[in-house]
Design a protein around this ligand. Structure first.
Ligand code: UDP
Length: 245
């Protein structure tokens, strides 16, 4: 399919989004080299990061599609861009945790790296001015972030299905899926589906043997070798999941 880029609709932290001429139900998304952390208080540019995230997220979304998880993925158009279905985004970040790290480990003073008996699903309200606070189901309904408890339950069950699929995906690459963040939206025909991206920017990924961090914590915590470790994730995916790259 040939696509003609239209006007820029949105310039986000990790992606630029464009309309596609003659198509009302799809968008072009270009992955940026910009890296941000702590609600964009820390910002940097990393040559080639956008390409690695685009390649990694595309492979993952193709894999999830085969696992019958509805996603916005339509087609990869270059090494830094893809076409996606247009979604009306739900203003919730859906975080799934298998091992405690980051904000929840800090909140309860539990040592980072503590495995959980079962995966934990949490919602955060997407609002930069409020620093994306944790939000309960009832609060999410009060804020009309979701239409009904049934929709919140659908988000949770998709999030757990993504988690199950991705644990398998990353285990084959010798990587532990510690936690990750998902965003969902509603398609023009009213279906809830997975949007945004899944990449080392939005996941915590640790080497299975050494626990070395292969994700954005390298940037957040000034550990160095950010691009090298994103590249390492991509190299392992290419080797183990060649049918999706
Ligand atoms: N995350 C994200 N975007 C956000 C917040 C979190 O992609 O705006 C991801 C983060 O990379 C991690 C997971 O969600 O994989 C859980 O993040 P956490 O709540 O521990 O937040 P943080 O440690 O970044 O404060």
């Amino acid at each position: 399919m040939s696509w003609e880029k239209g006007e820029r609709i949105y310039d986000g932290k990790g992606k630029r989004v464009y309309a596609l001429k003659g198509h009302n139900d799809v968008l072009l998304q270009e992955f940026k080299n910009q890296l941000t952390a702590f609600n964009a208080v820390k910002v940097s540019e990393l040559d080639g990061k956008g390409e690695l995230n685009c390649l990694i997220t595309t492979a993952i979304f193709k894999f999830l599609g085969e696992k019958h998880i509805p996603t916005h993925f339509v087609e990869q158009t270059s090494t830094t861009s893809w076409v996606t279905k247009k979604l009306d985004m739900i203003p919730l970040e859906v975080v799934v945790r298998n091992i405690l790290a980051g904000s929840t480990a800090k909140k309860f003073a539990i040592e980072e790296g503590t495995p959980l008996e079962k995966p934990l699903v949490e919602f955060y309200y997407k609002k930069d001015e409020l620093n994306d606070p944790f939000i309960s189901d009832e609060q999410a309904l009060m804020m009309k972030a979701a239409q009904s408890q049934k929709d919140l339950d659908t988000l949770k069950s998709y999030a757990l299905a993504v988690n199950k699929a991705l644990i398998e995906f990353f285990h084959k690459c010798g990587i532990k899926l510690v936690d990750f963040k998902l965003e969902f939206g509603v398609s023009m025909d009213g279906q809830i589906m997975l949007g945004d991206e899944i990449s080392p920017d939005s996941c915590r990924l640790w080497d299975e043997i050494t626990n070395e961090k292969l994700d954005k914590d390298r940037f957040r915590r000034d550990l160095g070798q950010v691009k090298e470790k994103y590249q390492e994730v991509w190299t392992r995916i290419q080797k183990e999941w060649s049918s999706y790259v």
